[in-house]
Design a protein around this ligand. Sequence first.
Ligand code: IPD
Ligand code: CA
Ligand code: CA
Length: 271
Amino acid sequence: MAETMTPEGFLRLAEDIAREAGDMLVAKRPAMSTRSADIETKSSPTDVVTVLDLASEQLIRERILAARPGDRILGEEEGDRPGETDVRWVVDPIDGTVNFLYGLPDWAVSIAVEVRGRIVAGVVNAAARGEVYTASEGGGAWLAGERLRCNPAAPLGQALVATGFGYDAALRAEQAEVLTGVLPRVRDIRRGGSCAVDLCSVASGRVDAYYERGVNYWDYAAGGLIAAEAGATLGVLDVEPGGERVTLCAAPGLFEELHGLLTPLHTESGS
Ligand code: IPD
Ligand code: CA
Ligand code: CA
């Protein structure tokens, strides 16, 4: 079965599913006193995965396959599902799991739709904020009926820059070292805790830029389209052959300045 839907059609379906998953997560988020029972460890003690990460991904997979049984799905929790169409859904069932766990609002259901390798639709449902960010290829980025535009390029010294840190201790040590080179050169740093929401914050102008080393495709697939449709440039820095890449997003102009700042810092950090 070939893809038979427009980017807008994919977006409507993705949005319905992301809203349903977000509503489920808001309704079922455990109370503070009981939440530790739902935690099991993933690759390190701080890489928490809750029962609800899995429940969210299962719900999303069921809804996708009910509507589009032949499509491929890549999800963080359950990996790759083969299919027969040119369409692949890229899913992070909760981006910002640690925030979700602690009752902080920056977490989201992230769903992107790829057709023949190009992302054509993306939804980031920051459900605890009541904010559903959407974009389709060529159709702009939207929040609550308002078209989003990223901030015009700020001079580097006035840029508010979001970043994040991975779960692996060695990666975090390297990220901390790079940060000491970035912090004196920019207005300030924000660590929100969700790559998908950070990219939507670039799109809406809540921050000027975002960078992070080692994020996965499901973290930025939907948010990246939203930021790009809001006028930002999304790119990666290959700082070391075969190593973890750095994802960078900012308005054109600032993007190049940050690229120039970050590349030698990552090289100098010895990684
Ligand atoms: C994480 C979040 C976080 C980022 C990490 C990601 P998860 O995703 O996006 O902001 O700093 O690199 O792994 O584990 O909450 O889905
Ligand atoms: Ca994630
Ligand atoms: Ca996740």
